[in-house]
Design a protein around this ligand. Structure first.
Ligand SMILES: N[C@@H](CCC(=O)N[C@@H](CS)C(=O)NCC(=O)O)C(=O)O
Length: 216
């Protein structure tokens, strides 16, 4: 297969999910940085590739795939081992619910364009924006802790990483960046620690990606 190309940004938690998924599946890829801080996602050339003007975007198997969870599910269907989604429908629904709780109910409210809109269009001070950020993260993590605890093992579901952990680790990285305390979430912290120790997760970490960019 032609080497996949990931349109990526080191601090993007959605792109971080895809880096983890690619690494777990053992798929080598080239990274093409899209500098979100400089607005490169808005450039006409990039929007022609991804009309949403968001990262990640993955070129693979002659396809252009967008939306991190859609990409992860594609990879899981095409390259089934190790599995990201339990094949049992009930277990799969549980894992998908946890992944979606992060990807649909926490992350979009705190995305760069939303925080920028609060500041530039609605004139909010940084303190109010930080409160907004913390409010939605805390509400989301409280719920995720309660969802995960009954069926968690070392990871959010059982003793191997799933799509739920692929979403959790970037979200907690983000929460730490914004100094959100994580003490109230023992199940989430345990899964984060177990996952972060795996090479697939460690290699996808924003610090590692940034270092590799500098080294190029
Ligand atoms: N639901 C999308 C979210 C993608 C997304 O929001 N990406 C962010 C970075 S994490 C982005 O490109 N933001 C650019 C901007 O806000 O202008 C996914 O999961 O792929």
């Amino acid at each position: 297969m032609t080497r996949p190309v990931l349109h990526d940004y080191f601090r993007s938690s959605a792109a971080y999910r895809v880096r983890i998924a690619l690494n777990l599946k053992g798929i080598d890829y080239d990274s093409r940085p899209v500098n979100l801080a400089e607005g490169a996602q808005q450039a006409a050339a990039y929007r022609a590739l991804n009309p949403q003007g968001l990262v990640p975007m993955l070129e693979i198997d002659d396809l252009r795939l967008t939306q991190s969870l859609s990409i992860a599910v594609y990879l899981d269907q095409k390259y089934p081992e190790p599995m990201l989604m339990p094949r049992d429908p009930a277990d799969g629904a549980h894992v998908r619910a946890m992944a979606l709780a992060v990807a649909c109910d926490i992350h979009p409210l705190n995305n760069l364009r939303v925080l920028k809109y609060l500041k530039s269009e609605l004139g909010q001070e940084q303190a109010a924006i930080d409160r907004w950020y913390a409010h939605w993260v805390v509400e989301g993590l409280v719920a995720l802790e309660a969802m995960a605890a009954p069926r968690a093992g070392a990871f959010l579901f059982g003793n191997a990483p799933t799509l739920a952990d692929v979403c959790l680790v970037p979200q907690l990285y983000n929460a730490r960046r914004f100094s959100v305390p994580l003490d109230p979430y023992p199940t989430l912290r345990r899964a984060d620690e177990a996952a972060s120790a795996l090479p697939a997760f460690a290699a996808a970490h924003p610090d590692r990606v940034a270092q590799e960019e500098v080294a190029k």
